[in-house]
Design a protein around this ligand. Structure first.
Ligand code: ADP
Ligand code: MG
Length: 616
């Protein structure tokens, strides 16, 4: 494995502008940090690290553009740790991340790099965790705080978190925070931190809103850009299979069988329900598979990832949202069972393999009418995706035979077979059969559970989609009957999701704004913002349109979630707020205009009360 790391990082380093590769020691890092890096197996800095670390050590602002998997965490964590005053246990650095998974991962990385800095304390703060615990942890103090924007803002407003001594602020995955509707919160936090702080902004893409944030809040930043060719996908073999002639499920199992380098795989599908169904089908076919989706609570998700790491699971079926940021080095294969909705999602998915300098394989299933998306992905990533011929049934049979032979060969050399030899020769005598015939009969018995010669169902003609779920049919099929009180939104693949109205016990009188509600539901309920529909604010409560099939777990989490110091106590709306069917679902992003400088404005006439009222 260490060979692999050497090779990949060295190749990548050649693209750093000077053309020479630097070492961590040459970057002027302290001995305890260098020791920790050696221990975690980092031998050379990745390109983004080689470029960012000196800039951040100097105290300058930085605007970094690089895809996932390029090593951004260490790029900001190492200089922050190097500049830390360990005597002063007050937050000196704040890292904002879009999700709690990423907050936890970044906090873990800090702890790993700081293992020889005695007394160092890092604190992850995210929605969904009880305030009681967080308040206690905050009171105890930390040198570095890593958190999601909504919850950090809450603590700043409650004065339970003080950033008076903040030296560095990092916005990690800024484009993702924008996509999830947190950009106003991020700006609010930027305004409530010391002006002389150092700011680093990392993003995989540079949409206008992010560029604007950078212009407004970064001071003469240095640009660091890691070119497409060295991004994520360099060490990853990418191919696609054009869906035809076979069920996708059969194609998947064939591929899983013949791929030689297969260790663990993550299979992406478009809905939460499909993750469950596909995992069950794979289990039924003998794979150690489990689903990973946003309906599962944090603990359940962590358990799945732990099992995958430990080799107790080999396949995870996941949605984009649930799999974001997963870092499990043994994932050798990413299977795009359903094509992603855009190139960015593809890059995020593929970034789950090829971790820690290993190589990986990404396989994309493409229906004929999805070929255009394939070309878009190739253009955006700047890399060709090769055509994959589906392994023939013969190839599967050959592979099974090879594995079978290997097992037999092992027994031949490793086991004492005396008793069985007698058994076989007795059989041969009794049946008047040649020993080969007897061996063949035994081989037949041995493979009965998993036949060496596979059989598969075939389709006739046309375009082939495996509709694993009746509930996730395309739009046309799933429209509710006329007069149904719900509306229909689309999930990330354009499939219909029926929306229904819920009531939450926080309203205009409590100073809530729609985006607070979106933030809480997106982050704590782990729902993509596109599935959060219209929000209506009333005096003491509000209504929000959400998918009608939210799991019990998600509902429980949302019941306990807090906004504006009020527990949401979400429940199906009892009808006291009339449903207006005529209006379209309003997307959360339309609340953007309410953000910005509003906090300075104290006019009581505003529909959304002035935030700072809570300080008064
Ligand atoms: P990003 O934030 O850009 O997605 P991460 O910081 O999560 O990337 O790093 C991706 C993976 O690469 C992690 O497993 C990390 O431990 C590993 N990694 C980071 N820097 C190095 C390095 N210099 N050498 C080897 N592995 C590294
Ligand atoms: Mg990262």
């Amino acid at each position: 494995m260490s060979e692999n790391i050497d090779e990949t990082v060295a190749t990548a380093s050649k693209t750093v502008d000077s053309g020479t590769s630097v070492t961590f020691a040459e970057l002027g890092l302290s001995e305890p940090i260098l020791r920790a890096l050696t221990e975690v197996g980092y031998e050379t800095p990745s390109p983004i690290q080689a470029q960012s670390i000196p800039i951040l050590l100097e105290g300058r602002d930085l605007l970094g553009m690089a895809q996932t998997g390029t090593g951004k965490t260490a790029a900001f964590a190492i200089p922050i740790l190097s500049r830390l005053d360990l005597q002063n246990v007050a937050p000196q650095a704040l890292i904002l991340t879009p999700t709690r998974e990423l907050a936890l991962q970044v906090a873990e990385a800090f702890a790993r790099y700081a293992r020889h800095l005695s007394g160092f304390h890092v604190l992850p703060i995210y929605g969904g965790q009880s305030y009681g615990i967080q308040l206690k942890q905050l009171a105890r103090g930390a040198h570095v705080v890593v958190g999601t924007p909504g919850r950090i803002m809450d603590h700043l407003e409650r004065n339970s978190l003080s950033l008076a001594g903040l030296k560095t602020l990092v916005l990690d995955e800024a484009d993702e925070m924008l996509r999830m509707g947190f950009i106003d919160d991020v700006e609010w936090i930027l305004k409530h931190t010391p002006a002389e702080r150092q700011t680093a902004l990392f993003s995989a893409t540079m949409p206008n809103d992010i560029r604007r944030v950078a212009q407004n809040y970064l001071l003469d930043p240095k640009d660091v850009k890691i070119k497409a060719a060295t991004q994520t996908v360099a060490a990853i073999r990418q191919c696609y299979w054009q869906v035809s002639g076979l069920h996708k499920l059969d194609a998947l199992t064939r591929i899983l069988e013949v791929e030689e380098e297969l260790d663990a795989a993550i299979v992406f599908v478009r809905t939460k329900l499909l993750t469950e169904e596909l995992a069950q089908k794979l289990e039924a076919r003998g794979y150690m598979a489990a689903a990973l989706n946003g309906d599962m609570n944090q603990q359940a998700r962590e358990r799945v990832i732990e099992q995958l790491k430990a080799g107790k699971l080999d396949i995870i079926t996941a949605t984009d949202v649930a799999a974001r940021g997963i870092d499990v080095p043994r994932i050798s294969h990413v299977i795009n069972y359903d094509i992603p909705h855009d190139a960015e999602a593809y890059v995020h998915r593929v970034g789950r393999t090829g971790r820690a300098g290993r190589t990986g394989t990404a396989i994309l299933f493409v229906a004929p009418r999805e070929m255009r998306m394939l070309r878009v992905i190739e253009r955006v990533t700047g890399q060709p995706i090769e055509h994959l011929a589906l392994p023939s049934q013969q190839a599967v049979a050959d592979r099974r035979a090879a594995i079978f032979k290997e097992r037999v060969a092992k027994v031949l050399t490793a086991e004492d077979l005396g008793f069985f030899e007698t058994l076989v020769s007795d059989l041969a005598t009794e049946q008047e059969a040649a020993p080969e015939k007897v061996a063949a009969a035994l081989a037949f018995l041995a493979q009965k559970e998993k036949p060496l010669r596979p059989e598969e169902k075939r389709h006739a003609g046309g375009e082939f989609h495996e509709h694993l779920s009746r509930r996730s049919r395309p739009m046309g099929d799933a429209r509710p009957p006329r007069g149904f009180p719900g509306e229909v939104a689309e999930d990330d693949r354009g499939n219909a999701v029926i929306m229904t109205r819920y009531r939450i016990e926080v309203g205009r009188n409590h100073g809530v704004a729609p985006k607070d509600i979106v933030g809480a539901i997106a982050n704590e309920g782990n729902l993509p913002s596109r599935l959060i529909g219209r929000i209506e604010l009333y005096g003491d409560y509000s209504t929000v349109d959400l998918p009608n099939d939210l799991s019990r777990e998600t509902l429980q989490i949302l019941k306990n979630a807090w906004v504006r110091r009020r527990q949401l106590n979400i429940a199906l709306d009892d009808g006291s707020a009339p449903m207006s069917n005529a209006r379209p679902i309003r997307k959360p992003r339309s609340y953007g205009e309410e953000g910005g400088n509003n906090w300075k404005n104290t006019t009581a006439a505003k529909p959304r009360p002035y935030r700072r009222r809570e300080f008064e």
